[in-house]
Design a protein around this ligand. Sequence first.
Ligand code: AMP
Length: 193
Amino acid sequence: MRIVFIGPPGAGKGTQCERLARHLNIPHLSTGDILRAAKAAGTEIGKLVAPIMDAGGLVSDELIIGVVRERIAEDDCAGGYLLDGFPRTLAQAEAWQAFLDESGSQLDHVLELRVPDEQLVKRLELRFSKLENPRADDQPEAIPNRLQVYHSETRPVVDFYGSQNGVLRVIDGTGSIEDVFSRILEAIGHSAA
Ligand code: AMP
């Protein structure tokens, strides 16, 4: 099963993605995690993306598309994957569609997790206050920029998938982790059992 998971920072996307990937037994590919690992390892890509990530901006479409294509080519993705954090711009969504068309495959579901901005700010501030080693982009100063980037860059991605035949499923991301996970399973036609 090929799934794209879209959601703003603070919406609990990472947690839900981990659970869903485990439930479906497919790899969870978080582009944020992949880039953070590259940064920590000090690779060429890591050095390139570090200042952009620290400021809460987006790395270039070309770079991220290359990173994802490389990762998807690995054996564990043969049976499907859960993409978390990609595509994040319309250009990425279009490039990914071209790649899927080329390889004769398609996405099964695009899940959009929706949480009102006021709740996101509260959750992100709470998360920051509890972190022992906050990342640069966890700092409260970076929150408005991350939300603004999400709205301006990612909304067109949701619209792009919304215009495709029944692939987009909008999920209410408010409430408990359990509630949200049940809604996700229901949206993709899987029972919680
Ligand atoms: P995340 O953990 O998904 O919030 O990603 C952390 C950071 O990695 C983002 O703030 C961006 O700087 C970068 N990043 C992750 N995914 C992408 C993407 N698809 N396009 C551009 N930048 C990305």
